[in-house]
Design a protein around this ligand. Sequence first.
Ligand SMILES: [Zn+2]
Length: 314
Amino acid sequence: MPELPEVETAVRSLRDPLVGRTIQSAIFPADPGRMTNLDAAHFAARIAGQRVERIERRAKYLIFVLSTDTLIVHLKMTGHLYVLPPTAESPFDRWVRVRFLLENGQELRFSDTRKFGRVLLVSDPAEILPKLGPEPLEDDFTPDVFRERLKRRKGALKALLLDQSFVAGVGNIYADEALHIARLHPLREASSLSKTEADRLYTGIREALADGVRFQGASVSTYRKPDGTRGEAQQQLRVYRELGNLDKPCPDCGGPITKIFFGGRGTHFCLNCQPVKPRYMAKRTIRPATATKTTKSKAKSVSKKRSVTNGTRT
Ligand SMILES: [Zn+2]
């Protein structure tokens, strides 16, 4: 799923072709279903004639501020936004869910293979956006602000970083990266961090996301930039590995990368750099990434501490 760096990259590259342009119409090749908050006819009638004033990002949402309303897009798993002349074709066209025709003859298209993306037209974004934590790359997100927010939280660090109401925009990839930079085990109990450890985590979050933005997003899975090319952040990733690519060692110590499933998400870390601290681990059972149908029952019987310590490498 695109995270803060991927969405920020999309926002930055869509500004040039879109800001100042007027949307003439919206065409839905099929019933948008749950993708939109309005039915297709109502959506198209309401957006027609509105100018794109500016494009911003909040967490993983693209926010198009129009002359009257706000268009909010969440790419979810496989959403992709791109601008082309109406006659130009793109490999993404196969999954186009809506086309916005602009007054200059160009088109903004939204394609989405998996159909989890959302395209919402509202008069006030507050109507629709969930409760979101601070933007981690903004100047007002200071170590003090971070420690204060951390004080009230309990549970495993990995789960906390994925919670959008804690810090906005971090997803599975950058949570693993941030924890590696911070040298903290993903299953460390959030309330057990010392001040130094909290400061390391703060730095880890900011560094991981800033690197992601600098390298224009990580093209793991299906993510591509609006122009269809790949980002370069995937080449810089420290511990996050696409399936079957666990051979690349830890960049800091050369040790193996461990992968476990936590909350259904693949979680990557280095046991040398992010050691288990038995007294300070979150109380939650985990499943090693190697657990298959035949080994599941065996994996279940492995105690939490043991599976954390020996998290199997595949
Ligand atoms: Zn390491």
